[in-house]
Design a protein around this ligand. Structure first.
Ligand code: HEM
Length: 388
């Protein structure tokens, strides 16, 4: 059995700023090196990145590869690696595997299923319309990244969970602090978001937070429940925020060619944008629980493994079929229906309510930045004139 090729001098985890039109060259380099490639991991030692679609789908189903940070390499610093606590310390959808994960998934799933989410469509339309209309009334040029892309998905999420909307600004601020590298900033932000989530759990709670409280396994503590809610808020905000920027930039750049509100073309734009510019370029970390063989190569026990979502989605040789923007297997994004609806709704509202909206600078001058690690790129600014 061979070792996977080691790609020296390529850092897939580096911070970078580039034009929206410029692809990240790292993904093509990884793909060219093989279906599974070793690179230097940000927290030390090697990491294994899967670049092949079929192999990725196997890995995402492989019970020997765990999400639990308890299996991270012994020398890894949790903060440098951006890891959650272990599943024993903090059980969550993103740290549990197997039956315990399935049990927690069953508690969440009906809350975010297609039917439930479709039922929120009018409400989400109203939120998008209100936020954009207020911004347009305030001034002629607006930076959507500063004033909309964080606020909109957070408003949708808090509304859905039954958390009073007066907390949106506080939640936005805490979500920003989640990405800070200042000592203690992240744990403070987690505590604040978890606390905020509790306001949806009172006796009068009518949103999905209260429904989740009634569905989680009996042994779940209040603190664990609040962490589950924090995870929904943070995962749902971070990803949708970045995706909204890229989507709205493309929607406005293509403006003269668009039909007014044709649902087929909106669905296609959302699918294409998420596929080609996935806000999560990699999956979260997984770790081998024992030495294993993958695609004829050897991985030691506790090897950190990632799937290169962006590289696989943009592979010109990928066979037709669903992309990996929302992952695959038991950890497939639980918010996928909600995220897609948020994105479709905003595109429709732009077309129907703001038919003259346009970018305030040329498309190619838009910059996307990543702060490194597993973080995806987010536009640094998206200046638009909503009334043309
Ligand atoms: C465009 C927006 C979104 C994208 C691209 C996205 C992408 C992903 C991906 C790729 C995964 C799998 C990660 C892995 O296997 O390591 C995932 C999982 C997850 N996502 Fe999303 N997501 C989005 C929106 C949302 C929203 C709106 C929510 C909350 C309502 C959400 C909550 C979650 C949660 C809780 C998980 C963990 C599921 C599990 O491990 O069982 N996501 N997401």
């Amino acid at each position: 059995m061979l070792n996977a090729p080691y790609l020296e001098g390529i850092d897939p985890f580096a911070a970078a700023v580039r034009s929206i039109t410029e692809p990240d060259p790292v993904h093509a380099a990884l793909r060219a090196a093989g279906p599974i490639v070793q690179v230097d991991a940000p927290a030390g030692g090697r990491a294994w990145i899967v670049t092949d679609n079929a192999l990725a789908r196997e890995v995402l189903l492989d019970l020997r590869i765990s999400k639990d940070p308890a299996f991270a390499p012994p020398g890894w610093d949790r903060h440098t690696a951006g890891l959650e606590q272990t599943a024993a310390e903090q059980p969550s959808l993103t740290t549990l595997d197997g039956p315990e994960h399935a049990e927690l998934r069953r508690a969440h799933a009906p809350l975010l299923n297609p039917q439930r989410i479709r039922g929120r469509s009018d409400r989400i339309h109203a939120i998008a319309r209100k936020l954009l209309t207020e911004l347009a009334a305030d001034r002629s040029e607006i930076d959507l990244m500063a004033d909309f892309t964080t606020r909109y998905p957070l408003t949708v999420l808090l509304d859905l969970l039954g958390i009073p909307l007066e907390h949106v600004d506080q939640a936005a601020d805490a979500c920003r602090r989640m990405l800070s590298d200042q000592p203690g900033a992240q744990s403070g932000a987690i505590a604040e978001l978890s606390e905020l989530a509790a306001s949806g759990l009172g006796d009068n709670g009518r949103g999905l937070a209260a429904e989740l409280r009634d569905r989680v396994p009996e042994h779940t503590t209040q603190e664990q429940l609040q962490y589950h809610l924090f995870a929904l808020i943070f995962a749902g905000q971070l990803t949708a925020d970045a995706a909204l920027g890229t989507l709205m930039a493309h929607a406005l750049a293509d403006r003269p060619h668009q039909p007014l509100a044709d649902q087929g073309s909106i669905d296609e734009l959302v699918r294409e944008t998420l596929g080609q510019h996935p806000p999560t370029p990699f999956t979260l970390w997984r770790f081998t629980t024992t030495g294993i063989e993958l695609a004829g190569t050897r991985l030691p026990s506790r090897a950190p493994v990632l799937v290169d979502i962006q590289g696989i989605n943009t592979d010109p040789a990928r066979s037709p079929g669903p992309d990996l923007a929302f992952g695959a297997g038991p950890h497939f994004c639980i918010g996928a229906q909600l995220a897609q609806l948020e994105l479709r709704v905003v595109t429709a509202v732009l077309r129907t309510d703001f038919p003259k909206a346009r970018l305030a600078i040329p498309f190619a001058e838009l910059q996307q930045a990543t702060s490194g690690g597993l973080q995806g790129s987010r536009l640094t600014a998206l200046p638009v004139m909503l009334h043309g």
